[in-house]
Design a protein around this ligand. Structure first.
Ligand SMILES: Nc1nc2c(ncn2[C@@H]2O[C@H](COP(=O)(O)OP(=O)(O)OP(=O)(O)O)[C@@H](O)[C@H]2O)c(=O)[nH]1
Ligand SMILES: [Mg+2]
Length: 438
């Protein structure tokens, strides 16, 4: 059992002991265990909880009653008492029964990783959609944990659950929660429909959508602020941003695109939570370009990138045009070669460097608009030539015998509709010509 006591400062905040259970079967390296624990401490800090002490226990199996096993519970109690902690935070999800047993045995507020994240989200929510999503996630978390006695709705506020509501009260709570979940889903559906209308309108306007996605604390909001002079909350906290924010970004060629900042991702994000935030993240699926922001100074960047890729895949946004942005280059000591999985290009930047921000804008511009193509069209085909002007900006044209060659920078939205038609025409002509020459 590994123990670390953390520096203590005085204050009115909750004081916690954090506990992580490592199962031998998981075959986690010491680094991975430490990383997860460090992340939990940062989450606690972001939630305004002060961590006094952390403990890691390795075991063969989870104790169904006590999670960590009765002997360890005694140790936690002793440590908490000595240091004056009022909360115990567990790095893994606990069952309702485990929470109740631990609460009774320790006389501490018992919180698990999911609840901690939910708590941060609840503190950060600012929009109606944000509130709805957080409440839905909280209730979805709570419902399967309501059983027997010991837990009631007052737990939602994070307070210690009052003990022993009778079965009738429990049934009422359950029914209330189910109804409320239903209401929330309906409301969110409405919000989503609204968003879709908005999106369709934006699509029609032909403005490119660029989404900043990435692991929490990678620097997404800082980038949005630096690129667009926005004033979004960017802090050295996990989940500083909850609600997506969009701003106009002017590219070097003068064209404006919409840049959206999104909620950060984290490992072991509970499924219910991802589901609750699906509406928000659907913006990402609609983007013309994804900028995947990576904290390039983190030792865990590979694991963090995998988490982001997994969530994107789950959302159906994987495989979209992507720029991978290794941020915080000012902090990076080793200049490793950029390793890239899958599609996309990579860029190493510091959000604090104006030069780097210009490079980034250029990269975005090139990625969105740099798609130029040549079309060779018979001079007599006015219908096709007018199509050429519809699918993009004609950068140049040259007469080649009876044909004209057009170099066109494609407008993506238009190209979907008209360009395929144009290509089909040209392919058709080419086949015919080939046929004639035989
Ligand atoms: N040194 C350095 N710090 C950076 C850079 N970019 C961002 N940061 C810092 O990293 C921390 C997190 O930045 P945010 O912009 O809040 O990160 P985020 O990705 O929006 O995080 P969430 O909203 O929590 O998902 C802040 O303390 C920033 O000042 C950078 O290029 N270099
Ligand atoms: Mg942010």
């Amino acid at each position: 059992m590994k123990q670390t006591t953390h520096e203590v400062t005085d204050g009115q905040t909750d004081k916690a002991v954090v506990v992580s259970l490592v199962l031998k079967s998981e075959r986690l390296t010491e680094d991975m265990v430490q990383y997860s624990l460090d992340e939990l401490i940062r989450l606690a800090d972001s939630a305004g909880v002060q961590v006094l002490h952390s403990m890691v226990q390795t075991k063969d199996a989870v104790d169904s009653r006590w999670f960590v096993g009765k002997g360890k519970v005694e140790e936690i109690r002793a440590v908490a008492e000595t240091l004056g902690a009022n909360t115990a935070i567990f790095d893994q999800e606990l069952s309702g029964a485990q929470v109740r047993n631990l609460e009774q045995a320790l006389d501490l507020k018992i919180i698990d990783r999911t609840q901690l994240i939910l708590d941060i989200f609840a503190q950060r929510a600012k929009t109606r959609e944000g509130y709805l999503q957080v409440e839905l996630a909280q209730l979805s978390y709570l419902l399967p944990r309501l059983s027997g006695h010991g837990v009631n709705l007052s737990r939602l506020g994070g307070g210690i659950g009052t003990r022993g509501p009778g079965e009738t009260k429990l049934e009422m709570d359950r029914r209330y929660i189910r109804n409320r979940i239903h209401e929330l889903r309906v409301s969110l559906h409405e919000v989503k429909r609204h968003r879709e209308l908005h999106r369709v309108r934006r699509k029609k306007s032909g403005v490119f959508q660029v989404a900043l996605v990435g692991y929490t604390n990678a620097g997404k909001s800082t980038l949005l602020n630096r690129l667009t002079q926005a004033d979004v909350y960017a802090e050295n906290q996990l989940f500083a941003t909850l609600d997506p924010t969009s701003r106009a970004l002017q590219l070097p060629n003068g064209q404006e695109v919409v840049l959206t900042d999104t909620v950060g991702f984290i490992q072991n994000l509970p499924h219910d939570l991802v589901a609750a935030f699906r509406a928000t993240l659907e913006e990402v699926c609609e983007a013309d370009l994804i900028v995947h922001v990576v904290d390039g100074s983190s030792d865990m960047q590979d694991a963090q990138m995998r988490v982001v890729d997994d969530v994107l895949r789950e959302l159906g946004a994987h495989g979209k045009p992507t720029i991978v942005l290794f941020n915080k280059s000012d902090l990076q000591q080793d200049r490793r070669e950029l390793r890239l999985g899958g599609q996309g290009e990579a860029l190493r930047v510091s959000a604090f460097s104006p030069d780097d921000m210009e490079r980034l804008k250029l990269a975005v511009q090139e990625r969105l608009m740099g798609d130029t193509r040549s079309f060779v069209i018979p001079a007599g085909r006015g219908d096709l030539i007018s199509l050429v002007y519809r699918v993009g900006d004609v950068l140049g044209q040259e007469v080649e015998g009876e044909d004209i060659r057009f170099d066109v920078r494609l407008k993506h939205n238009e190209f979907d509709k008209q360009g395929t038609m144009l290509q089909a025409f040209i392919a058709h002509e080419a086949i015919q010509q080939e046929g004639e020459s035989y």
